[in-house]
Design a protein around this ligand. Sequence first.
Ligand SMILES: [Zn+2]
Length: 367
Amino acid sequence: MSKKPYYITTAIAYASRKPHIGNTYEVVFTDAVARYKRMQGYDVFFLTGTDEHGVKIEELAKSEGITPKEHVDKVVGEIQDICKLMHISYDGFIRTTDPRHEEVVQKIFKKLYDQGDIYKSEYEGMYCTPCESFWTPSQLVDGKCPDCGREVQSAKEEAYFLRLSKYQQWLEDYIETHPDFIVPEGKKKEMMNNFIKPGLQDLCVSRTTFQWGIPVTFDPKHVIYVWIDALSNYITAMGYDPDGSSDQFKKYWPCDCHVIGKDIMRFHSIYWPVMLHALGLELPRQLFGHNWILFGEDKMSKSRGNVIYASDVVDAFGVDAARYYLLSEMPYGSDGSITYESLIERFNTDLANTLGNLVNRTIAMAQ
Ligand SMILES: [Zn+2]
């Protein structure tokens, strides 16, 4: 009997800089699920990868005096080293600079344009440069960017838009009739009440303000903006093609679970379903939004100087303890916290005393 397919993904990591241990949590968590499903007898495909376009990478590369491709090649190498170090058993690693991905993304954009789901217009709004995001006045918090709290400037540009508004009712109905689509429950409520029910606005899906991206084939001064480029990885990696998909794609799609951080829940629960539905594809069975791993009480960041890398923990405690710690410190549906004190405590209490004693006594009795 052939095994039942099970397709699970992480989000793709932004290849701007080397990820810290908090970012590594997602791939370790997904790896644990993939291994469990393999043990249960599923034919698992576990996909991870990197998101490599955008103005931030273009600017970082410029400041380093190298090309964007050289920059992402270096960071992708570091990300793959971390996967190796953490014993991540992925089956596929997609890079959004893969020529095959770029070609299919261009076809997806063209298909959506040809059928009227993408149209050309002009964008006028408040723009946050670090977040590369346009906001409407009602979305601003105290006149500042709702994501990062920085100042925004009014800006105007010619752009292509994805017709989200057309799918508003469909999306609401879909989420309401598929109770397991967005988990945990709290995240689903947040998406519905804060973003979907207040009304979907058409989404700007191209940019003319930078070059490091996939050009729109029929209007090459535009590059395809992050949503369509990055989200499509889940299908391009498996061989989706509007002109005829691979057997691998047909076998594994729809995806069983996208494991994603809470900050990108909105893109996965609104933009991605609409894109798939417009392409005539089934939706993934589940979006699992996880929380952050904090350092003590603070979010880990380079500017705060509290960054811990996976290699720091593995050097001190070994890979199994590092994996165990990440998974055990992260409660379902709320933020976790990492400190060296709690790491030592977990190591001594759970692994050495509890598990170590169990093994020791079992062996003694067996003898
Ligand atoms: Zn911002």
